[in-house]
Write a new protein. Structure first.
Length: 325
């Protein structure tokens, strides 16, 4: 498929499963050249195979994003193999599930280190390459960066920190006249293996709150931001609703989160042990035990907000017509 992404050099973290893998597949279909980073070698090999099937190529690096030195080496090697970097897509994150006073200090800190410090490490290592190419950061953040989701306190704290960090970075870059753009994609709950592999302080694993969306919808939002950078975009009508309620009707938001937000996550299946915090969890799958649905709101939002590419405008409009019929 020929598109405006042909030959673009893109690095994705958290690429071994879920949203990262769905994003790699989609970008490969549009001709991007990829470097994939994750902890799981098996997940990376599956991801590389999917990228090759989509008609592109991928360099793979089995690295923990919280290991700054190892990540710097991996991103330097990726830049050498690709001949530079045009886009960084930080997507790696790790969930510790349970009430704050149930979570061990080690689990809390580890979730924060992977989810927040991993983004900082990625941007620190890749920013000089982006300055040279005039490229962009397109970070997969979360509605948890805006909404206090219960039983996810270290993850929520980390995502709030990511949003604050990237917002500050954006205005600093603008102040010095940098060509580097910073975009954030904020999904609602997505049907990936993420929740199946969460480290849990309880005997059971969490259930994503409904409505649950497809990882492909998040990948489409990432693609839109790679093509036409924008500061922030929500994925899923529920993410936008909770964002609005938290800003303008916090008592209503808090009530919903304290009731449905807790009860809706209960699930009888046993938790993974020790879970994603302490071992690689990427399996090369985009979909988890709970499957998501298409977000019509997101499709309409992206189609309405983005300039129409000459190559893709007609197919995009046809897909949108099929969605709303």
């Amino acid at each position: 498929m020929t598109s405006s992404l042909a030959g673009r050099r893109i690095v994705i973290t958290g690429a071994g499963s879920g949203i990262g893998l769905a994003t790699a597949r989609l970008l490969a279909q549009h001709g991007a050249r990829l470097a994939l980073i994750a902890r799981s070698r098996d997940g990376l090999e599956a991801a590389a195979s999917a990228v090759r099937t989509a008609g592109s190529s991928a360099a793979v690096f089995a690295v923990d994003v919280s290991d700054r030195v190892a990540l710097e080496r991996a991103i330097a090697a990726a830049a050498e193999q690709l001949g530079g970097i045009d886009v960084l897509i930080p997507c790696a994150a790790a969930l510790a599930y349970g009430a704050f006073d149930e979570l061990s200090a080690a689990d809390f800190d580890r979730s924060h280190d992977v989810t927040f410090r991993g983004v900082v490490n990625t941007v620190r290592a890749g920013l000089p390459e982006l300055e040279r190419s005039g490229g962009s950061v397109v970070a997969v953040v979360s509605m948890a960066s805006k909404v206090p989701i219960p039983l996810h306190s270290p993850y929520v704290a980390a995502k709030h920190a990511v949003r604050g960090f990237l917002g500050s970075l954006r205005v600093e870059l603008r102040n010095r006249g940098s060509r580097v753009q910073v975009s954030m994609v904020h999904p609602g709950f997505v049907g990936t293996p993420f929740f199946d592999h969460a480290t849990s302080a309880r005997s059971t694993r969490p259930h994503p709150l409904r409505p649950v969306y497809r990882p492909e919808d998040v990948a489409a939002a990432v693609l839109a931001c790679v093509r036409h950078p924008r500061a922030e975009v929500n994925v899923g009508g529920s993410a936008t609703m909770f964002d609005f309620l938290t800003r303008f009707a916090r008592p209503v938001s808090d009530l919903l989160l304290a009731t449905y937000g807790v009860a809706g996550q209960r699930r009888p299946e046993p938790a993974a042990t020790p879970g994603m915090l302490w071992e690689p969890s990427g399996t090369g799958e985009t979909v988890g035990s709970v499957r998501g649905r298409r977000s019509v709101w997101t499709a309409v939002r992206l189609a309405a907000a983005a300039p129409l590419d000459a190559v893709d405008s007609v197919p995009a409009l046809r897909r949108l017509v099929r969605l709303v019929r």
